[in-house]
Ligand binder design. Sequence first.
Ligand code: LIP
Length: 271
Amino acid sequence: MATDPHSDTSTAILATITPWLHEAGELLTAKPKELKIDVKNHDELVTATDLAVDRLLSGKIAAAYPEHRILSEESQTSLPDYGGYVWVLDPIDGTVNYACGVPFSAISIALCRDGEAVLGAVYNPHLGHLYAATKGGGATLNGAAIGKDHPRRAGYTSPVVATGFPYDSDKRDLARRQLDRLLDEFGYVRRLGSAALDLCLVADGTFAGYYEIDLSPWDIAAGALIVREAGHQVGNLVAAPGNLPEELNGKHLVAGHAEAYATMRAILKLD
Ligand code: LIP
């Protein structure tokens, strides 16, 4: 039955999609003897599981919210506009990790209204971690509040920042310079391979910050809302391209706790 989200609160919508995420998560944790892996856009991996998760979740969204649109890494990668309700879906964020058997990948899903995220969820089925947030409603990990007012450990501030590297080889030299800047400033740098989960680890206090050069809307839509709702900061060093809403801008994305965020914005350059 179509539910108008205006009457159906974001929390209720999150409750609706949570079992969908667990069902999709079982596709990631299954250990198929064979896994079809293809290459798209010259150098990006896509597996049969990415496509299966996309079909599963896109189908459920279309059945429950037929008047909504879907922006998805594996089926609809752009829209003429972002008005009304748009779901932003990354069936597997961390596809290379998934393809190689590294247990650090996630399903990332957000619902936007007129270009602003109203709810987001990032589910890592390998660890059983469901990060979620609603706009104005705070951020949670497996239902427990996370963020600035809910430190992982009293009096402890993580010194670690995370980053990632673009598929596009033309951007690798800049990535190396940015990595140098982060290493010189912070010392502890991690590259775990999933932007969505990197953002969630900023939200829950594991990391002090995160930066990446060239992400897509589906990599960051849910994770960025979770960071904001955790009381931390997210922004970009450049404006969003074209008509893409700022909340879906993954270019030169910076996220972090206040001090680390300010430091990262000061040291990172566009050249
Ligand atoms: C990945 C991001 C990662 C980035 C990769 C890729 P995918 O998303 O999560 O942080 O470094 O280049 O964009 O392709 O696995 O959905």
